[in-house]
Design a protein around this ligand. Structure first.
Ligand SMILES: Cc1ncc(COP(=O)(O)O)c(C=O)c1O
Length: 363
């Protein structure tokens, strides 16, 4: 039996005709840039997230870059970021000329350690990027308590948590000043190419983000501010609208698979990460001190795996110079020991049982 890490072909199969219809409709209308499907998807996504506004952008990395840009904070300000996340979050800070301050994580959930975060907040801190990891959601309520009355913004990186719920039953990103979502094909909600989106309740942020993504212009050839070409394609937005209708169903299927894994995986050499209540299980992560042996073993059994992420932010060659003599032991351990096993909604019961049996037989 072959178990691919993710089977997008199978997931997309029931939607194929609808994708083709949307594509043809836009082709016939020559509606490619800033069209009706984009504004429709933005409204639908904002509504889904319980947010006032959503602004479609080119990808999740540009979403983070623009979210920081629109805050308009002082050059050199400190931005706190968990040490275990995707590299582009760190780049978004550096490309905006801010200082990256890394915070170690809780090894069990993979999320920013809130006790350590408290110690890192100082006068120079102007923003915290709270990153949801593998479907697990950071408690923004808790972060807000730490911030108290200080003027510190929160940007939630929700790229792993489309549809995850927080402890109060609100969607990922709710309560942040801005939430950024990658809509990369393999995400819970993914386009058929690169895409991203930012949600916010702040109308000034929305107005400026609409300009920033389009060369600083709201009206053609009137450029009020210095901007970028970071727009979300209309055709991609039409595909995303179609997929959004299925997101909750797909997430539910993932949570059922996770339940089986949580109940049935039993092996002393493997532990499971702790999932936050309401997780959308973007990835199902297991932890093992014999990670490379385990990955090879599963690969030999035709079970594909993935690693999110094999390096903590301070360990990347392009970034290590910023963190000399700093250690983030839990993020580094997580990078060394974590392994994501298949949890795609298209998995069959046979495949799920095969994965469980194989993991339980690992020696
Ligand atoms: C947590 C996180 N942040 C940001 C990004 C960047 O998104 P994109 O690849 O759409 O630029 C990703 C994508 O993998 C991600 O997983």
């Amino acid at each position: 039996m072959i178990v691919p890490y993710q089977n997008l072909k199978l997931l997309h199969k029931p939607l194929m005709n609808k994708f083709l219809y949307s594509f043809t409709r836009n082709l016939n209308n020559s509606s490619f840039i800033l069209g009706g499907d984009l504004s429709k998807f933005e409204k639908e996504f904002a509504n889904y997230c319980g947010s006032k506004f959503a602004i479609g952008v080119s990808n999740g990395s540009d979403a983070l870059f623009l979210a920081l840009k629109v805050l308009n904070i002082k050059k050199g300000s400190e931005i706190i970021l968990p040490a275990m996340t995707y590299i582009s979050a760190a780049y978004s800070i550096l490309h905006n000329n801010y200082k990256v301050v890394l915070c170690d994580i809780d090894y069990q959930t993979g999320l920013i350690d809130l006790n350590l975060l408290k110690k890192l907040i100082n006068k120079k801190t102007k923003c915290i990027i709270s990153t949801d990891l593998n479907g697990n959601v950071v408690s923004l309520k808790h972060i807000k308590k730490l911030i108290k009355n200080k003027k510190i913004f929160i940007i939630n990186d929700s790229s792993h948590s489309h549809g995850s719920l927080d402890g109060n039953g609100k969607k990922s990103g709710y309560g942040a000043d801005l939430a950024c979502f990658s809509l990369y094909p393999g995400k819970n909600l993914g386009a058929l190419g690169d895409a991203g989106i930012i949600t916010t309740n702040n109308s000034n942020f929305r107005t400026n983000l609409l300009k920033l993504r389009n060369f600083g212009s709201k009206k053609k050839f009137y450029h009020d501010i210095q901007g970028y070409n970071f727009k979300l394609d209309n055709i991609q937005a039409s595909f995303l609208s179609l997929k959004l209708k299925h997101l909750d169903k797909w997430n539910k299927k993932k949570s059922l698979i996770a339940k089986i894994y949580n109940n049935k995986i039993k092996n002393n050499r493997i532990s499971l990460i702790k999932n936050t209540q309401g997780s959308s299980y973007y990835a199902f992560v297991i932890l093992s001190n014999s990670r490379s042996k385990l990955a090879k073993y599963l690969n030999n059994l035709n079970i594909q795996t993935n690693i999110y992420y094999p390096f903590s932010i301070n360990q990347h060659r392009s970034l290590e110079k910023f963190f000399l003599k700093q250690n983030f032991p839990r993020a580094e351990k997580y990078a060394k020991t974590s392994l994501a096993i298949p949890i795609c909604p298209s998995l069959t019961n046979k495949q799920i049982n095969y994965i469980v049996r194989s993991l339980n037989a690992f020696k």
